[in-house]
Design a protein around this ligand. Structure first.
Ligand SMILES: [Zn+2]
Length: 80
C-alpha cells in the first residue's frame, strides 16, 4: 500500500492518529488538496499519493510508483 501525503504530514508533526488540523497542515508543509496529474481528480491530502518521479496522484493512478515507507518518502521528499 503506497504512502499518502497524510501519513507523511502526520509523521512530520508527530501525530499518530486522526486527521491533521489546518495549522498542522501548514506546519507539515502539506497541501490540503491536490489534483491527480493523470486523471485530474481533486484529491484531499489524506488520499493523495506522492510518486517517486515527483507527481501527486490518486489511489487509482499511483500504481507501484509510490513509496512503501513513510520515513523513506519523508526523507526523499523533504530531505530532512
Ligand atoms: Zn488519478
Amino acid at each position: 500500500m503506497p504512502v499518502t501525503l497524510g501519513q507523511i504530514g502526520s509523521f512530520r508533526v508527530g501525530k499518530t492518529a486522526g486527521k491533521l488540523s489546518p495549522l498542522e497542515l501548514i506546519l507539515a508543509n502539506i497541501p490540503e488538496e491536490s489534483h491527480c496529474v493523470i486523471c485530474g481528480r481533486k484529491i484531499p491530502y489524506y488520499k493523495t499519493y506522492p510518486s517517486k518521479d515527483r507527481f501527486l496522484l490518486c489511489r487509482d493512478c499511483i500504481g507501484s510508483s509510490g513509496w512503501e515507507s513513510v520515513q523513506k518518502a519523508h526523507q526523499e521528499i523533504f530531505g530532512d
